[in-house]
Design a protein around this ligand. Sequence first.
Ligand code: 8OZ
Length: 360
Amino acid sequence: MTIVKNTLFSPIQLGDLALANRIIMAPLTRNRAGAGNVPQDINVEYYRQRASAGLIISEGSQISACGIGYPGTPGIHSEAQIAGWKRVTDAVHEQGGRIFIQLWHTGRISHSSLQPGHILPVAPSALKAAGKTLTLEGMQKFETPHALTLDEMPSLVADYATAAQNAKVAGFDGVEIHAANGYLLDQFLRDSTNRREDAYGGAIENRMRLLLEIVEATLAIWGKHRVGVRLSPENSFNDIKDSQPQQTFNAVAKTLSNYPLAYLHVLEGDMLTGERQLDYLELRNSFAGYYMANNGYDKASGNAAIEQNRADLVAFGKLFIANPDLPERFLKNLPLNTPDQATFYGGDEKGYTDYPNSSI
Ligand code: 8OZ
């Protein structure tokens, strides 16, 4: 009997949700939301153009007004934002596509100038991130955040649940919990940023408690195979690290196996240095469900990862920025457009909705 190996082009089921292929559009911050951080016409067009992805994962979208970390990122906490996103999901669905929303809270990678009432950002511990961040008043130093108190935890989990419910109203197919890249949930997971001595700090079982509470709250709303989780075990972006990244994230992956997740999405390696020291196969094998690999893959390496069973799905970021019809280009071995770094963050249609399809 011949065993037919899967490729990037093989369909896959996330529970009852059928994906046409395994070529996933990675979550990509583009800073082009409209007033009120509401998805607007160009955002509808951008996602509509990319609907041939097996699944689109939206850009990080703040779960609450306090979750925001940068100008121009969309939210999923106001009526207007829900209505704006509904136009996006309708457009993607009209094209036969699938779309999850990435639920985001930036924690200490925010700034009081972006916060309602100019309060300090929150974090597991009162530890300031090194460096500066882009605010409405230009680049400003990070601030020492307010360490969340135990009695503030339930309302944070409730904000995730409300956002997950809003995502349903907005017509998404599911949600991805952003627990990567130095933002709030990653700040809880990794020990350089979590110095708590209560039930949410110390051993990894405690550091992952908030993530698990949020997984449970969102699964209660969405049901099985509609909630994904994103991790980035060795990414140093946003001044974060763990003293034992392999053990820490193997443990997180193993515990997440107890839940009927859609997938575990892993940004492999370090975005800043390009280093890749962890054994990601070990991490993948610690998780019982589907594994989505991300960071620097192309058609050949993505196909190899799937054929060799090192991944079930592969997320592409920069390639999807520049190639709205990436699956077709991969399938037909067509040339790829080059992404323009200068237009990644903020601006208008240029570098956003004006990359040509191969058929044009
Ligand atoms: C780049 C710039 C701003 C935000 C992430 C949401 O890394 C981001 C992000 C990336 O997850």
